[in-house]
Design a binder for this molecule. Sequence first.
Ligand code: ADP
Ligand code: SF4
Ligand code: SF4
Length: 592
Amino acid sequence: MSRIAILDENRCQPKKCNFLCIEYCPGVRMEEDTIVIDEKSKKPLISEELCNGCGICTNRCPFNAISIINLPEILTGPIHRYGQNKFEIFGLPNITESSVVGILGQNGIGKSTIMRILSGELIPNLGNWEKEEDEWEEVVNHYKGTQLQKYFKDLSNSKIKLIHKPQMVDQLPKFVKGNVGQLLKDVNEVDRLDKVVKDLQLENVLNRDIKNISGGELQRVAIAASVLRNGDFYYFDEPSSWLDVSQRLNIIKVIRSLASEGKAVMVIEHDLATLDAISDYVHVLYGESGAYGVVSQMKGVRVGINAYINGFLKEENVRIRKQSIEFRIHSPIVSNEGKILTQYSNIKKSYEGFSLSVQEGEIYRNEIVTAFGSNGIGKTTFAKIISELEKPDTGKVKKELDIVYKGQYLKHDFNGRVEDFLYTNAPNYGTNIFRSEIAKPLSLEDILDKNLNELSGGELQRVSIAVSLSQEGDLYVFDEPTAFLDVEQRLLVGKIIKKVVENRNAAALIIDHDIVFIDYISDRAMVFYGEPGLKGIATEPTDLETSMNKFLEDLKITFRRDKETKRPRINKLDSYLDRQQKENHQYYYLKD
Ligand code: ADP
Ligand code: SF4
Ligand code: SF4
C-alpha cells in the first residue's frame, strides 16, 4: 500500500514543541533519516520511503500538523505534487466540447490546482517534484491516445483561449475600474451584448460604476463578461453565490447556451440544485482536504450527484462519506405551542422608491425560519426592523429582542491574524463552549495563523459565522451563510446553527437561496415577493409546504424528487411533470 505524509506548514510550530515528532519517531530512534529538519523551512521533512506509518508523530504533534495517509490501492501516479509532504492530485477532468461538465467536491480537494493545470498556469510534474524544470512535452506524451493529449498540445502552443469567471467576484473592483456598460462593451467579442444584458437582467446596472454595485450584481457582470468573450474553454468558479433563485435560473440558461454553441464549459458549484440543472456530466473530487485529491471518472449528472449524496462511488468502489445525506419528502410538522419568542403586528416601512409590507406573525423559540425571495425585496429591512435597528412606519414588534446579525460580507478593516481577530471580536473566544460548539466543527484551528485578508471566500465565511454564533442573542439572523461553502460545510453549518439555537433557547432567521440547504435546515419559512427594488410583501412565517408553493408559484418553477435519493431537482419548464404539478398546486412536495 502506498502512503503519503502531509505536513501542514501553517500549523507546524517547532519553536513551541521542539520537534516532538522527530524525538518520538521510531525510525529516527534507530538512527534512520525518517524525519529530518528541512534546511529551508526549518520544519520537519518526512521520508515517505522510510516511514512505516506507525502514526506516533501524528499523535505526539501538539498542533495536529502531520497526517500519514494510506492511499486507496487503485491510484496510480499523481498528475501533480506540490512537493515532499505536500498536496497531490490524481487524474484530471475531461474537457468536452458542447457540454457543461460540473465539478463537485470539498474545498481544499484540488479544484483550483486542476484549473491552474488546465489553464496552463501550472505545468504538472507528474508527481516528480524534484525535477529541475517541468515541460509540456512530457505531459502531452503522458496523455497519449486520450482527448487531453490534443488539449495540452494546443495549450502549450497557445492555441487555447481560456475564459475564467473567478470565485471571489467581490474582489473585482480592485482590478477593474469604471462604468459597467463600458466594461462589458470592451470585452464584447461575440456581438450579443444586448441579449446577455437582458438575460442576466443587467439593464439597471449598465450606467453604474463597478465599485458601487452589490455582490449579486458583480456576479452577473462577471458572468456576462465571460460569455461575451470568444473562447475555446470556459470555466465558471461558483457562479451562483449571491444570486437569488430566479437569477440562478437565468445564469444556468446563459452558461448552458455556450455549450449549445459547441464550447467546452466547466463549472464548479456547491448549490446542488444549480449544479444539477447546469451540467451534462460531473466529476466528483474526493480524497482528503489539504492532503490529496482524486478526480473520479466522468459520470452522468444524475448518477454523479446521487453518488455524491449517497457517499459512495460505485465505479471507483470508494466511500467518500460515512452516511448518505437524507432529504425529507414531507414538510416538517410544526408544533411550537406556547414557545413564542416574539410577535409582531402588520408592519409597513417605506424608503424613497421602496416600500415593504409585512404580514403579522410570530417566531418561536428553538426554530429555524428561512426567508426566501429575490434580492432587493426587503428581507434585510425586515431583519433590521425586528431587531430594532430600524423603526417601522406603522406596526410594532411586541417584544424587544437581542439580535445577532450576520450580513452577506464580513466587513472589516482588520489587518492581522485570524486568531487575533477572533480574540477581539468573538466574545466567548477561548472558552470550552466556543471550542467545542463552534471552533472545532468549523475547523477554525486550520486557519488561526493566517492573515484575515488572505482568507479564501469559504474561510472568511466560517470566521464570520463563528463570530456571530459566539455572541449571546435571542434571534440569530444570517444573510446567505452558504456562500463559498462546499456541500459538506453547508450541511455542517446547518447543524451548528441548529445546535446553538437549541442550546440557547433562541431562534434563527436565515436568508438563503440554496434550495437543498433550505430543505435541510428549515422548520418554517417566510416568503418575500413583489418587485425587487420597488415593493416587497412578506408573508407570516408558515409551514414549508405553504411557503414553498407560494415562492415557487411566483417563480413559475416546480421541483420533482429524485427517485433514488429524494433530493429536489428542478423540472424542465413545460415538461409533463412541470405542467402536472402546477395543475395540482404541488410545486415542491408531492402527495403520495
Ligand atoms: P480547492 O480549489 O479544491 O479548494 P486547491 O487546489 O486550492 O483546492 O488546494 C488543494 C491543496 O493544495 C490545499 O491543501 C492547498 O493548500 C495546496 N496547495 C495549493 N497551492 C499550493 C502550492 N503552490 N504549494 C503547496 N501547496 C499548495
Ligand atoms: Fe516516524 Fe511513525 Fe511518523 Fe512515520 S508515522 S514519520 S515512522 S513516527
Ligand atoms: Fe512540532 Fe508537530 Fe511541527 Fe513536529 S509537526 S515540529 S511535532 S508542530
